[in-house]
Design a protein around this ligand. Structure first.
Ligand code: SF4
Length: 634
């Protein structure tokens, strides 16, 4: 019996986790006290990882669909079939799509990209969280010269001033939420900007509860007030006005009208001016925002980057600007080049009935099934690779078993660019392979020789190919709790720039007929389609308890609106959108949402597929998406 250190694979925080194993099974979990970010803590998901890793719902053997049913097959038979059938498609013409997983290790992601480009010759490759994280990476690259976090998560512990834009970090990345709470208790000013009163907002020193869709406007107003103070104290900030984009930015900020600001966002400029004084006096500033599938829109992220540059704190050793990923290796997936190219979107091809897509290769992913079931079912070949069974297998023609994250060596890059190594610590049940080994076997079957003998050799190829990983090896990473990748590999690192900005005052898309602005976001009970959480006892119990109260899901509205609608908590209502989709759903009466707004956490799969499928914007714009709806008593 022993305890093996590894990295929790369930969100982008990258907490340190001990797995208690007998070499064959994981018997328990314990936190690692000396881990610099998680510091002896794990959230409910991380604490119960052993339940997930011991589930009976593992894929243990290759499977091939025959006469409508999946039957067991040998690895060779499945490999030959996949290579032959994919060989009949023209990858260069976007006939083959690969949907990678942002939970896979860097080694697996790197090998999959090589399989896509070198063997199948396709550019149709993505992880499914492009919209949110691509915005983050592009905006950070422009403002700071490299596509990743500025500073790191440990800076929360000493920061004077912490701004959280959007996400309910306490739910998405609970250990970061805990660290923020601790920072607030020791005296840091914690400020939240979010349209609903999230758990994080409740813990904050100050909550700006703006109208949906106006985060960028409020951030720009805060920048205007900060800049006014900076103008007074010009000598201290002389460098800022020499940065590219400065003149256009401050000229745009000057046009912000306090009357129009208040009308659009509900926030008074005087309140913002008071906040700017405190921000200006802070010695260190940490700014966090959500990134990924429920991230922010481009305009808002650019406003965040501009404000960060304007604070004149981002090049010191205490401050940080971090896109907080909800999925464990989202940053690493982008680093490995899995994020897809513009004009080549897997989901775009699935949604377009005229696209040439004929075959789909999916890794550890079940998003697509919700939005594109019929199209996927009609494809000529669907391949699924994963460690755990999921509903996507119902559509697969061939299934390959993969190892779980603790059953093979691999590295993961969490939200703040920290690359951490997990070593194999138990055997895999059945015939599961590490992803890189499977993709290499497919490449070999197709006549390519890669020659990797273990994950360390794959990582050497990563270090040779990806400049920011140039000085990393498994040997170095094994010595501690990870190393942040090297920003100096990017020639423009440290050359700060402002984004061009346009000030507008978003009007609510609601109208008399559809008077509620519906927002969609995270729920405590539902985690990434819940495929993994449903396999662990305690999180599943929480989910089931909420289902007992709200069996058809719920929409949150404020007490005043409930009174106007003459409905009470748990009563069923009809929710109808401006495009005509509707659903029957329970009301949850909550003081956390503002009058005229409504909030639905991702919670019930059918609800998402039947109602949100018409709203591409709800996926593309993440937290900033708004759907005008009508709510009526049933
Ligand atoms: S916060 Fe994320 S990484 Fe940490 S224990 Fe929870 S799920 Fe795992």
């Amino acid at each position: 019996m022993n305890y093996q250190a590894c990295v929790c694979n369930l969100c982008g925080t990258g907490c340190g986790q001990f797995l208690k194993t007998d070499g064959k099974r994981v018997l328990g979990v314990a936190p690692i006290v000396s881990h610099p970010v998680s510091k002896g803590k794990l959230c409910v998901r991380g604490w119960h990882a052993n339940e997930l890793l011991n589930t009976n719902e593992r894929i243990t053997t290759p499977l091939i669909r025959e006469n409508g049913r999946l039957r067991e097959a040998s690895l060779d038979e499945a490999l030959s079939l996949v290579v032959r059938r994919l060989g009949e498609c023209n990858g260069a013409a976007d006939e083959i799509g690969l949907l990678a997983s942002a939970r896979s290790s860097n080694e697996d992601g790197f090998a999959l990209r090589r399989l896509a480009r070198e063997v199948f010759k396709t550019h149709l490759l993505g992880v499914g969280a492009e919209a949110g994280h691509r915005n983050s990476m592009d905006s950070l690259s422009h403002a700071f010269g490299y596509p990743g976090a500025v500073g790191d998560l440990t800076r929360i512990d000493k920061a004077d001033y912490i701004l959280i834009v959007g996400t309910d970090i306490a739910r998405q990345n609970p250990i970061i939420g805990g660290n923020l709470h601790a920072a607030q208790r020791r005296g840091a000013r914690l400020v939240s900007l979010s349209s609903s009163r999230t758990q994080m907002a409740k813990l904050s020193t100050k909550h700006f509860q703006q109208q949906p869709g106006t985060k960028a406007l409020v951030l720009n107003a805060l920048a205007k007030a900060l800049h006014a103070l900076r103008t007074v104290n010009h000598a201290r900030h002389a460098d800022i006005d020499r940065l590219a984009g400065y003149t256009q930015y401050v000229n745009a900020l000057r046009t912000i009208s306090s009357v129009a600001l208040e009308k659009a966002s509900g926030i008074r400029y005087e309140e913002i001016e008071e906040e700017a004084q405190i921000l200006d006096a802070a010695r260190s500033v940490v700014i966090l925002f959500p990134s990924g599938i429920s991230g922010l829109d481009k305009r808002t992220i650019e406003a965040i980057c501009n404000l960060a540059v304007l604070t004149d704190r981002m090049d010191d050793a205490q401050s940080a600007l971090i896109p907080v990923a909800g999925i464990s290796n989202l940053q690493g997936s982008f680093d490995m080049g899995l994020s897809g190219e513009s004009g080549h979107s897997v989901f775009g091809s699935l949604a377009d009935p005229d696209s040439p897509l004929r075959a789909l290769f999916v890794v550890d992913h079940d998003d697509g099934i919700i939005r594109n079931r019929e199209r996927i079912a009609a494809l000529e070949l669907v391949v699924y690779c994963g460690a755990f069974r999921n509903p996507f297998m119902d559509l697969a023609d061939v299934v390959f078993p993969l190892t779980a994250y603790n059953e093979s060596d691999g590295t993961y890059t969490c939200a703040d660019r920290r690359v951490q190594l997990t070593r194999k610590n138990t055997d895999t049940p059945g015939a599961g392979l590490p992803g890189w080994r499977l993709y290499q076997a497919i490449a070999e079957q197709a006549g390519h020789t890669w020659g990797w003998r273990d994950a360390a050799e794959v990582f050497l190829a990563i270090a040779d190919t990806i400049p920011s990983y140039h000085d990393l090896t498994h040997h170095r990473l094994a010595k501690g709790f990870g190393i942040h990748w090297d920003i100096t590999a990017f020639a423009a690192a440290g050359q700060m720039k402002f984004h061009e900005v346009q000030i507008d005052y978003p009007k609510s898309p609601t109208c008399e007929e559809f008077p509620f602005a519906l927002m969609v976001g995270k729920g405590r009970h539902f985690w990434h389609q819940n495929n993994l959480m449903r396999k662990t006892l305690i999180p599943r119990r929480e989910y089931d308890q909420t289902l007992l109260l709200y069996p058809q899901g719920y929409v949150e509205i404020c007490p005043d609106d409930a009174q106007k609608l003459k409905v009470k908590d748990k009563w069923l209502v009809h929710l109808t959108s401006s495009t005509g989709t509707s659903m029957k759903i329970a009301v949850k009466v909550s003081p956390d949402v503002q009058p005229g707004t409504a909030y639905i956490p991702y919670f019930i799969k059918n609800m998402i597929s039947d109602f949100l499928i018409r709203y591409d914007n709800a996926f593309a714009a993440g937290e900033e998406s708004i759907i005008p709806v009508r709510i009526e008593e049933k």
